[in-house]
Design a protein around this ligand. Sequence first.
Ligand code: PGA
Length: 259
Amino acid sequence: MSSPSRRPLIAGNWKMHLNLAESVNLAKAIKDGSGAAPAEVVLCPPFTALTVVGEILKGSVVRLGAQDVCWEAQGAFTGEISAPQLGDCGCRYVIIGHSERRRLFGEADWQVQKKIKAALGVGLAPIMCVGETLDEREEQKTYRVLQTQLEGGLKEFAPAQLAQLVIAYEPVWAIGTGKTATPDQAQQSHLFIRKTVARLYSPQLAAGLRLLYGGSVKAENVDALMARPDIDGALVGGDSLKQASFLRIIHFKAPSEVG
Ligand code: PGA
């Protein structure tokens, strides 16, 4: 189990799925089923559904998150959505630097850094994604890639500014592929990330930092992942769209309860 000082966090990344009616139905079902969940729960619908999902989640313990953010606060940036606008919709979290943004839309570490800064500036908690591709893993470059992403994305912050930061370790080869990192593989990378943050910033920040695993998290594997000491939660894609699976994921069981 992760340290009791770190509240588990499970976030559902709906990506570019669901129409408004489907978003409303799923959000209602998760809200209704989230009682007594051991984790803080966050739903990240597409921008177009933020307001309606936010209305449903009002007054519940389930939080609202977005999937991306612009680093500028306002202005002539056609197609972009700013951090103040996300706050205005009721968002508390925002995913930044997801591998799909990095890979398909060319997002680089310097952009991730600017987005994190914009989010923190308005009190939004960034869920910063890092992770290696299969080629990089096979070439034994996992730690080097993680280090580069952490150094670039977290450049020039003071430790106190990063108190709200959440980091998601998402090996690219495990996203949407049905191939999950083993709990051992995930734990090793999480430990490396925590140590790197301790070295770059402070041991206190690293000790309190919530590290999520992402990549084919399912009802069947969540308990084993969550049993590892440096895994504090999950960023769930595909199975966050399936009501029963996601409800089981947010109600993950500690090792002593599995039997
Ligand atoms: P997946 O996606 O759970 O479908 O693998 C995870 C993610 O991309 O955040």
